[in-house]
Design a protein around this ligand. Structure first.
Ligand code: APR
Ligand code: PHB
Length: 392
């Protein structure tokens, strides 16, 4: 099989890129090792920057998002007996939208299966070869057979555990990493969200987040120790702990609504950046090149930003024959990646309570939160990063 752009991975990055290329008249093929049901059920964050919403609308994937997405104008921070709202619209003129990543994946898969380009499920890329020569190819396994996809370009959108990143020779690759000493226990519950906006809380015993999926489904997270077994957290224990953490700073009339828990997952927290994001004719995008801890919900938005740049770069190459935008891609993408990495790190360290936190460290983190609560400039910086920096 031969194509212009071989895309490994059908997460949001691979699917959106395929859609952009298809609309620009550039042929491509997507290889995805899982099946459709699996990728459409995977639970991930669901907070979209305005630029992410625009990118989805621009490829015709905006109708359900516009009908069902929930526009949010700010978030609430709770800490040390106080509650503070950060008003994104007043501070930046921008808003964000709650729409689950699984729904984006469903919308993009439906478009691609209806209109093309080819999307193969159960197709596991095993190696990327020839990236630095004239004939890059992906070796993959599909229906029990080994096959080769010959490409002009290859884009690794195969997530953190994919194979594309390892095709950048180790001697040319630098990785930057930080693991955090806590994880998130996330639940979905069939109950109306207890607040119209997201609530980020730093309780005495750790972080809690109230988010949502729809007017009838709540998404909640709780900081827990690494290695926690969700089975050790019966529903009552989760609700009691959430109650205690959100109580930090709530008004006395606020109550956390409880309902049937339909899913429990554990998410480790990691920062990871791989440089460069290009080796010859191989480009990396999304989680294949970078991971952020989910505090601040930048992962999906960064993946979408990468492929917006790549979509424009391939379109320019197709129209004019110039690789200038492809050449500029690694630098432009990494600039934003590092901004989001720093923002996610700040949000994470400020709002979590690491094991053995010293009194000094606690006071420092509370002081950072208090600064956001009392300074328009500090709040505006949080709002600018949360709602998304401009494209350039
Ligand atoms: N061959 C083919 N497909 C693969 C391979 C492989 N060897 N390895 C992984 N994949 C597939 C995975 O099954 C997955 O569907 O690549 C896809 C990668 O998708 P994501 O992990 O969703 O990554 P990405 O598209 O970059 O989206 C980033 O995901 O982790 C979240 O917070 C992150 O929301 C962000 C988003
Ligand atoms: C989510 O809704 O899953 C979510 C929202 C905001 C975050 C992280 C996760 O910061």
């Amino acid at each position: 099989m031969r194509t212009t752009v071989g895309i490994i991975g059908a997460g949001p990055a691979g699917l959106l890129l395929a859609r952009q290329l298809h609309l620009a008249g550039i042929d491509c093929v997507v290889l995805e090792n899982r099946d459709r049901a699996y990728i459409e059920a995977r639970q991930r964050a669901g907070m979209l920057e305005a630029g992410t919403v625009e990118a989805l609308r621009a490829v015709g994937a905006g109708s359900r998002l516009d009908a069902e997405g929930l526009e949010h104008h700010g978030i609430e921070l709770r800490f040390d007996g106080t509650s503070h709202r950060v008003d994104f619209r007043a501070l930046t003129g921008r808003t964000v939208t709650v729409y689950a990543q699984t729904e984006i994946v469903k919308d993009l898969v439906a478009l691609q299966l209806a209109e093309g380009p080819p999307l193969f499920f159960g197709a596991e890329a095993v190696a990327v070869e020839g990236a630095d020569g004239g004939s890059p190819r992906v070796r993959y396994r599909h229906e029990g057979r080994e096959a080769t996809l010959e490409c002009d370009w290859i884009v690794g959108c195969d997530g953190f555990h994919g194979v594309a990143r390892s095709a950048v020779p180790a001697a040319l690759r630098t990785t930057y990493e930080r693991d955090y000493p806590f994880s998130w226990l996330g639940i979905l519950a069939d109950v109306a969200p207890s607040s119209d906006e997201l609530v980020y809380a730093r309780g005495a015993t750790g972080f809690a987040l109230l988010s949502m999926r729809s007017p009838t489904v709540s998404r909640l997270y709780l900081q827990v120790p690494n290695g926690t077994d969700p089975a050790d957290w019966p529903d009552e224990r989760i609700w009691d702990e959430l109650d205690a953490r959100f109580a930090a700073g709530s008004d006395p009339d606020w109550t956390l609504r409880r309902g049937p828990v339909t899913s429990k997952t554990l998410t480790p927290m990691r920062s990871f950046v791989c440089e460069p994001m290009r080796h010859g004719r191989l480009l990396l995008a999304g989680d294949a090149a970078h991971i952020v801890p989910p505090t601040g919900a930048k992962g999906l938005n960064l993946a979408v930003f990468d492929v917006r740049l790549l979509g424009r770069a391939f379109e320019a190459l197709h129209r004019t024959g110039s690789t200038a935008l492809l050449d500029a891609y690694p630098r432009a993408a990494l600039r934003r990646v590092w901004q989001a990495t720093r923002f996610s790190y700040d949000m994470t360290t400020m709002l979590h309570v690491p094991p053995g936190e010293s009194d000094f460290d606690r006071r420092i983190e509370l002081t950072r939160l208090e600064r956001i609560a009392t300074s328009r400039d500090a709040a505006a910086e949080l709002a600018a990063q949360y709602t998304g920096l401009p494209l350039e």
